[in-house]
Design a protein around this ligand. Sequence first.
Ligand SMILES: [Ca+2]
Ligand SMILES: [Ca+2]
Length: 232
Amino acid sequence: KSLSKRAGLTRLICYNDTDSNVRITTPVPQLTEVTFCLWMRSTSTNDGTMVSYAVPNNHNEMILLDSKNIRFLINAVSRTTNVDAVNDGVCHYICFTWTSVTGRWQIFVDGVLVDSGTVSKGTPIQGGGVLVLGQDQDVVGGGFDPFQAFVGKMTNFNLWNRVLTNQEIIENLDNGNIYSWDISNLLMQGTETIRNEDICTGAVTCDPHFTTLDGRHYSHQGVCWYTLVKDS
Ligand SMILES: [Ca+2]
Ligand SMILES: [Ca+2]
């Protein structure tokens, strides 16, 4: 990988099922330029929305969705990228940049510029909206559709009011000047949970499922116990 460092141990969000969504309580100003980066890990095949930003007159002001084939919207104008599927169960560092000055957008995966183009030149992102991680808003702060829920793990979301350089993206910065990752500025509104974990190691899913040494699969909610039985 071309990144200069991995995510490491962080407070990450486990999106356990399609009833998960997380609101960022830090205010968002008008943005004539923007970069956001996040670490994600998923095997979901729905239209899971990683980031949605809604303002009163436009619930699709800025959106990044669909780990199978990443799409985004800026000012409600959508583009489909040629990024390979990232719902492969491996951790990925996704960065999106856009400037209203030229309309140029870029998407980076694991530090590599994968696709770029132009969209919505001359129209800044409006301030004062609501930023949600893990769901698409169809009204400000709500209107969630289970099929657009992100299911998996996410951490280290950072938001800047400028276009980061390729070198800065490789450096996996955590100094977003509009929002830098801090779970105390998150409103947990669904079934998601917080874990202290390295997103790139450990189990792929957040589900309380596991496999025993002999390869049998179990699921459980709440308390469970085992009785060891000697082979006959
Ligand atoms: Ca929707
Ligand atoms: Ca929407």
